[in-house]
Structure formats: structure tokens, C-alpha cells
Design a protein around this ligand. Structure first.
Ligand SMILES: [Zn+2]
Length: 248
């Protein structure tokens, strides 16, 4: 699997775009082989394609759930996990932008408990609450397997999470205007990382925009190949996916 690319976090919530020949051929020539689809609504669970390997994770988001923008709850999530519909719990986590932190914390803990019960990883959405999340995990769920999706933390946060069972997901958020090479190098050093687009297909109409979002992943890898051998990068990516999701 070593030359393959994996989108470790995406929202493939528009079935008709998945059938676009131009997109399929792009994915094919660029060796995109696996997509981890993050389920926000139940209908996302039936997204599939006979030429693509798509697996699902599902979780209750610290904002969308409370705003009633998700059509499932903890009980449904428990069922999805017990039924083998999903290979991870998430995205779930804490988000400082919203004023309901106590509700967020209890919802998050309940989901980590489900993940542990079914031996699933937790895929974490975090905005400005890395220290709180690390503390919750360390104090209550030290065995949890964590994927920090859309990671934007710094060296100190990486050191903190390295004491837990953590993988880092590299996305455009690390390559934005604040490109922080020290953070990137520290992630590379962990040798526990994956790549993601966090694309939301249902916000796209133009297939070229979807393709350029996927081209970013190639750019990230090219950029990082100045610091770590490209074969090593790709092999760490697939080994990490295998360890996190117990697949491949
Ligand atoms: Zn997402």
C-alpha cells in the first residue's frame, strides 16, 4: 500500500460528485486509495462507490449537535458502533468558539466511553482546547487511541499529546498563512501522522475545485519531502492508518 494516498478525514456528502469521471480519474492517477468519511448526518452513512474504498466514522460535534444540526444522538452512535457501521468515533471534541463548554465536555466523555467499549479510535475536533482534551483523556481514558484531526497545535501541545496514544492529521490548516515549520517538523518526528482534506463535498459544485483540494495533499507531501524521505512519509501514513483504524 506504500505509494497510496489516503484522505484520513473528509465529508463525501454528495453522492453525485463521487460519480464524476474526471474526479475518479484524478483519484485513480494520483493513487488515492482510501477515504475516511466523517458522518455528520445519518444519510452520510450510505455514501459509497464501487470504485472507491470508503469507510465511515461518526460522532457528535461540539457545536452542530447542540444546534440540532445532526440527526442522530448518543444512542444511535452506540448502535452504529455495535453494528460495525463505523471504524471510529468522531469528529467529537471541544470548541472554544461556543459558549456551552460543560455540555461539550459531557458529550465528549460519553463518546470516548463508547469508543473504548468498542475498541475504536476517537477522531478529535478541537478549537483552542487542546490542554483540556489532553487532561480529560489522561485522567479518564488513558487507553484511548486519538487522532487529532485538522491539527493546529504547537510543539508544546505535541509533547503533551505524545504522552498519550496520539496520531496527528496534517491538513491545509497547517499550511495556511501561519505556516509553522517547527510544528510540522515536530509532527514528522512523531512518525504518527496522516493527511486529510476535510473536504465537504456538498459545498462544492465545480469539480475542478474538488480536484484542487485533493491536489493540496500532493503539495503537502512534496513540501514535507524536503525534510523526510517521501517513501518514508507514505509508509508512515499507511502504517498510521492501519494502527488507528485497524484496517488495510
Ligand atoms: Zn470534518
Amino acid at each position: 500500500m506504500n505509494n497510496y494516498l489516503i484522505d484520513a478525514h473528509c465529508h463525501l456528502n454528495k453522492q453525485e460528485l463521487l460519480n464524476d469521471e474526471q474526479l475518479l480519474s484524478f483519484w485513480n492517477t494520483h493513487n488515492f486509495s482510501l477515504f475516511i468519511n466523517s458522518v455528520i448526518n445519518k444519510s452520510d452513512l450510505i455514501i459509497k462507490h464501487n470504485k472507491l474504498q470508503i469507510r465511515h466514522i461518526a460522532g457528535l460535534h461540539p457545536y452542530l449537535f447542540f444546534e440540532k444540526k445532526q440527526d442522530f444522538d448518543l444512542e444511535d452512535l452506540f448502535y452504529m458502533a455495535s453494528n460495525g457501521d463505523i471504524i471510529g468515533i468522531g469528529e467529537c471534541g471541544l470548541d472554544k468558539r461556543f459558549n456551552n463548554i460543560n455540555d461539550q465536555i459531557s458529550l465528549f466523555k460519553e463518546q470516548v466511553a463508547i469508543a473504548l467499549e468498542f475498541n475504536l479510535p476517537i477522531v478529535i475536533h478541537c478549537v483552542g482546547k487542546y490542554y483540556e482534551i489532553a487532561k480529560i483523556i489522561k485522567d479518564n481514558f488513558p487507553k484511548a487511541l486519538i487522532l487529532l484531526h485538522g491539527f493546529t497545535g504547537n510543539k508544546e501541545i505535541i509533547q503533551l499529546f505524545n504522552k498519550l496514544n496520539t496520531y496527528y492529521s496534517i491538513s491545509f490548516r497547517l499550511f495556511n498563512k501561519h505556516l509553522n515549520i517547527e510544528t510540522l517538523l515536530n509532527i514528522l518526528k512523531t512518525e504518527q501522522y496522516v493527511f486529510e482534506t476535510d473536504i465537504e463535498l456538498n459545498t462544492f459544485t465545480d469539480i475542478d475545485d474538488v480536484i484542487s483540494k485533493y491536489q493540496q495533499v500532493n503539495h503537502f507531501i512534496n513540501y514535507l519531502s524536503e525534510f523526510q524521505n517521501i517513501d518514508k512519509i507514505l509508509s508512515i501514513q499507511s502504517k498510521s492508518i492501519k494502527s488507528i483504524f485497524n484496517i488495510l
